[in-house]
Design a protein around this ligand. Structure first.
Ligand code: OSB
Ligand code: MG
Length: 369
């Protein structure tokens, strides 16, 4: 394929409800939608999931924008690409910046699928026509407030509930959730807020039959997580620590986790996600797809990757309406009873609606040869 230009649509989208994790509270989301346009005028779309600040990981949107403009967009314009799997190799001399790489690669994947007249799921090798979804709930000011949110989401039919924890908002909060809702599929995400000094608290969580505890210890750590997993019965799931295929291989070898949350942006794109998928399948490590408060484009990419066979656990790929009053795609992503049906339209499977995007658009920058 020949890519003629890349547009970087920079959006500011207000969240319906503030989202609080152990690393902070977010009221709005900066999002970059990447549009790759071929010589026939067709467009493929990707989404950059970097945070506004380097709090979840080292990547942040200002830096990702520079990386996309200076390195990654020019590379896919200057080189003839036969298949999107080549993009990772093209980017390889430039270290890390996975979310920037993934956003550009994602647009190439969508464009490729559209050129071939197949769905993104088919282009990736996915087989499912529907995927199960869960929901991730941030911390609320009070535990009572969180219980109310959980009630709503259980009633909406989400297949599992994930709640954020941090030191001081953990064992007692989870006890209240179990008391109120019984044995619902429940998991917790600490976003790296604990250390091995908190072993007593982490062990106490074993009493609640949680599906898993996500990223309890430092982002990037594999060694301490392996020590922790030996001490607790709850499966450890890694998120922040799996920032590459190599990290996934290391975690599996060391026994740092029993489950992996794959985020396409964090690992550098779809090609790397597929590679992690195949490795995890070989080692009986189940996967699920995490979220980064994506708008519709990123949401559809997440659904496509979830159609791979070893994504056996519900992901954080909830409906568009989970975060947005109005999403930027038509039709929006909509879960019915915790199930999202995979669109059979080519590419990501929905149209990017520039009319709807207008209200959020701050700036569009264009990269050409
Ligand atoms: O740790 O999974 C996380 C959101 C932003 C950054 C990190 C995380 C999250 C979520 C929400 O948990 C996932 C979503 O609903 O998109
Ligand atoms: Mg997480």
């Amino acid at each position: 394929m020949k890519i003629k230009e890349i547009k970087l649509h920079q959006l500011l989208m207000g969240l319906k409800h503030p989202f609080t994790t152990s690393f902070g509270t977010q009221q709005e989301r900066f999002i970059t939608i990447v549009e790759a346009i071929d010589d026939a005028g067709r467009s493929g779309f990707g989404e950059c999931v970097s945070g506004e600040d380097p709090l979840y990981s080292e990547e942040f949107m200002d830096a990702s924008l520079i990386a996309m403009k200076k390195y990654f967009a020019p590379l896919v314009i200057q080189n003839e690409i036969a298949h999107p799997d080549e993009v990772w190799e093209l980017f390889k001399p430039f270290k890390r910046n996975n979310m920037a790489k993934s956003a550009i690669e994602g647009a190439v994947w969508d464009l490729y699928a559209k050129q071939e007249g197949i769905t993104l799921s088919e282009a990736i090798g996915g087989r499912k026509n529907e995927v199960e979804v869960g929901i991730s709930l941030g911390l609320e000011d009070t535990d009572e407030g969180l219980l109310e949110r959980i009630k709503e989401k259980v009633e909406e039919g989400y297949k599992r509930i994930k709640v954020k924890i941090k030191p001081g908002r953990d064992v007692e909060m989870i006890r209240k959730i179990r008391e109120r809702f019984g044995d619902i599929p429940l998991m917790v995400d600490a976003n790296s807020a604990y250390t091995l000094d908190d072993m007593e608290t982490l062990k106490a969580l074993d009493a609640f039959d949680l599906m898993m505890i996500e990223q309890p210890l430092a982002a990037g750590d594999l060694i301490d997580h392996a020590k922790l997993q030996k001490e607790i019965s709850t499966p450890v799931c890694l998120d922040e620590s799996i920032d590459s295929y190599e990290a996934a291989a290391g975690a599996i070898e060391l026994g740092s986790c029993r489950i992996i949350n794959v985020k396409v942006g964090r690992v550098g794109g779809i090609t790397q996600s597929k590679k992690i998928h195949d490795l995890a399948l070989e080692h009986d490590i189940p996967l699920w797809c995490g979220g980064m408060l994506e708008a519709g484009v990123g949401r559809l990419h997440n659904i496509a990757i979830t159609t791979l066979s070893n994504f056996t656990l519900p992901g954080d790929t909830a409906s568009s309406s989970r975060y947005w009053h109005e999403d930027i795609i038509t039709p929006e992503v909509s879960a019915e009873d915790g199930i999202v049906t995979v669109s059979q339209e080519p590419g990501i499977g929905a149209a990017v609606d520039f009319g709807k995007m207008e209200q959020y658009l701050q700036k569009t920058e264009v990269v050409t040869a």
